[in-house]
Write a protein that binds this ligand. Structure first.
Ligand SMILES: [Zn+2]
Length: 166
């Protein structure tokens, strides 16, 4: 009879300080943080507009150029989130979904907040507009902004912790 293996384990913690780069997408995050601008890219050859931006066109692989996008778009698909990671738990429940900004050829996944969060408020086809964290709160992350139904824009843009775009 062989003796049962007993694994000795010690609980420990690892803390890692690190930074990561957004590489070729950096302009998007810098413009978001500093100027509340949403930048996509436009293919120099076929004219497709990528938002989120892509350095090279996914259709024809031609290098794409930066273009400023409007802050308005349409919900393509959405859901309501009831569980979230630490960063988002304070916002539960909240909406999220794929939003096609006006003029874009692809869709951006982003949070969709509403004063009255029911499925009909954030359903496919609904018009939304971007709202931003205040300048001293923006870090150059996707969480620097979110979308709200167009008819709630003024309400959200006037909250003390947020601001509208131009
Ligand atoms: Zn192209």
């Amino acid at each position: 009879m062989s003796e049962k293996f007993e694994d000795h384990q010690i609980r420990d913690k690892i803390q890692i300080d690190y930074k990561y780069t957004m590489g070729g997408q950096s302009k998007f995050f810098i413009e978001l943080m500093k100027n509340k601008k949403l930048h996509g890219t436009k293919c120099a050859k076929c004219g497709k507009i990528w938002m989120p931006p892509r350095k090279h066109c996914s259709e024809c692989y031609t290098p794409a150029e930066w273009v400023e996008m409007p802050h308005t778009g349409t919900i393509e698909v959405s859901t309501i989130v009831w569980y979230g990671a630490a960063e988002f738990i304070k916002n539960v429940p909240y909406g999220c979904g794929f939003i096609k900004l006006d003029g874009a050829d692809n869709s951006l996944f982003q949070g969709i907040f509403s004063e009255n969060l029911v499925p009909s408020k954030i359903k496919k086809g609904r018009r939304v507009r971007a709202v931003f964290k205040k300048s001293d709160e923006r870090e150059g992350k996707m969480t620097d902004f979110f979308f709200v139904p167009e008819d709630e824009y003024e309400t959200w843009a006037n909250k003390p912790e947020f601001e509208g775009g131009e």
